[in-house]
Design a protein around this ligand. Sequence first.
Ligand code: NAD
Ligand code: AHE
Ligand code: ZN
Length: 371
Amino acid sequence: MTLKSRAAVAFAAGEPLQIVEVDVAPPKAGEVRVRIVASGVCHTDAFTLSGDDPEGIFPAILGHEGGGIVESVGEGVTSLAVGDHVIPLYTAECRECKFCKSGKTNLCQAVRATQGKGLMPDGTTRFSYQGKPIYHYMGTSTFSEYTVVPEISLAKIPKEAPLEKVCLLGCGVTTGIGAVLNTAKVEAGATVAIFGLGGIGLAAIIGATMAKAGRIITVDINPAKFEIARALGATDCVNPKDFDKPIQDVIVEMTDGGVDYSFECVGNVKLMRAALECCHKGWGESTIIGVAGAGQEISTRPFQLVTGRVWRGSAFGGVRGRTELPGYVAKAQQGEIPLDTFITHTMGLEEINTAFELMHEGKSIRTVIHF
Ligand code: NAD
Ligand code: AHE
Ligand code: ZN
């Protein structure tokens, strides 16, 4: 049966979201309809809404950091049942594709092609408004009371975990921690630099403390972010605006030649260069997490790589969602991942445009939308 659902619809790039009642069709074979209980707002939602995302497609229901409860399942769904608690995954885990079987990446491609076109795997959409189709987003579309997601794009989590908090593990917090532990594999005692102290960069601090990094240098142009960074374990807080030389030179001087690992958590291609170039000659490794807009490219002197620095990238922290996310939820439940620290604001769906404003003004870390 088709359900009515309150949703925040992005009708066009650069326009505020509109709260309307959409129709959500039942799940087809291999799909699951989920009642979303809460959703964080990530910078990537704002990035796509801005029109900078080459894959941005409108009208769409954004949102990819949600937590919910299975409302109904389509034919052939075996791993989930009505009432199960789930976190939607923008990086599916089919366990059967070449990527999953490689053991080398979390980038399952089973549904990626249709997902990038805003469609379910059969090439159609489950959302409509006034009889016209509305596109899905990142395979999750969590800014809707009800959404439909492939079975392989849902991590089942214990019912005891508070969905209005662990939803943040659907993107930001997992991404930052995973990039440090899975992608860079930071070792104990290492010196780390983290560029950008939003949800991702702050989570990278947690990852660095989990890895027992010796020094955690954090960089942001908004000094209001430094208090929380220190509370999470940053040893140094640096504002590039306080210096009249490039930030990479400042960090190289602070560290006797550069850091062992750096992380770009902003999406600024100039900062990506700085993050690479603040790495130590011979072994320093820089991981790009931030997402840059259409047409932008990174650059550096090839000599930076010839002399031993390494450039990497990380999506969803290299985490295989169905397998590994329950472990992240357990860590949050045990207090090892302080999710409360990230939640600076909570509000209802009607106020969702305020969440975007707070993010752009640098006043929030994460706003969690309660449905
Ligand atoms: P955010 O807006 O909450 O935080 C960004 C931070 O960067 C802010 O604190 C801001 O002050 C700081 N900043 C901006 N310009 C800066 C500069 N020139 N130098 C230093 N600091 C600067 O964003 P977020 O939600 O933490 O997301 C960060 C980035 O990570 C975005 O690009 C987002 O799209 C991306 N992201 C990537 C993945 C992935 O899997 N690769 C996952 C989630 C988010
Ligand atoms: N659609 C964009 C790229 C967006 C992007 O890089 N997304 C990240 C997740 S950001 C979550 O907040 C990601 O995981 N990418 C891997 C993937 O398969 O999308 C573009 O440039 O086209
Ligand atoms: Zn995100």
